[in-house]
Design a protein around this ligand. Structure first.
Ligand code: FEO
Length: 165
């Protein structure tokens, strides 16, 4: 669920990465989760701009929160794809899993203080998120649109979330 703070952060449009309607997959629940991922990326970026102990601690906390939220979002999406029997689920899940592995690896590097460039990490996060939404997530969105057109969509699956099932 997108918090009031997230909505404010996005609407202020002063971050490193900005939500744009072209990223919409047409499912409000998923769009809100993508907005939250963008907000977290901006939060990490802001931590990178400061170089003190407090910023380092905030960065670590936000990375942890990001990992938790990414897992939550991927789980919601995979449940949705499963419910609509999306044929690209296995390929999509593979990309999700690889991303989680990469982010966990980065978080570990950060914790150990070795070979970690925060700025590089937030750029990776931004590029991956926007490109994944624009390519992979749009594929199931298109599939949903085609189900809708054919009158084959059970609309209750669009509000599917791992926490309210
Ligand atoms: Fe929105 Fe497939 O991540």
């Amino acid at each position: 669920m997108l918090t009031g703070q997230a909505v404010r952060a996005i609407s202020q449009d002063n971050g490193f990465v900005h939500w744009d309607s072209r990223y919409s997959v047409g499912i409000p629940l998923i769009d809100d989760q993508h907005k939250e991922l963008i907000r977290l990326t901006n939060e990490l970026y802001e931590c990178c701009l400061l170089n003190d102990t407090a910023a380092k601690a905030a960065f670590m906390l936000t990375i942890k929160h990001t990992v938790t939220y990414v897992k939550y979002h991927f789980s919601a999406e995979e449940k949705l794809m499963q419910n609509i029997q999306f044929p690209g689920l296995a390929e999509h899940k593979k990309e999700h899993d690889a991303f989680v592995v990469q982010v966990l690896k980065e978080a570990k590097s950060f914790e150990s203080g070795k070979q970690f460039v925060p700025n590089q990490f937030v750029h990776f996060l931004k590029d991956w998120t926007l490109s994944h939404i624009g390519v992979m997530d749009k594929k199931y969105a298109e599939y949903i649109r085609s189900l809708k057109k054919q009158g084959l969509l059970d609309k209750t699956v669009l509000s599917a979330s791992p926490v309210n099932q």
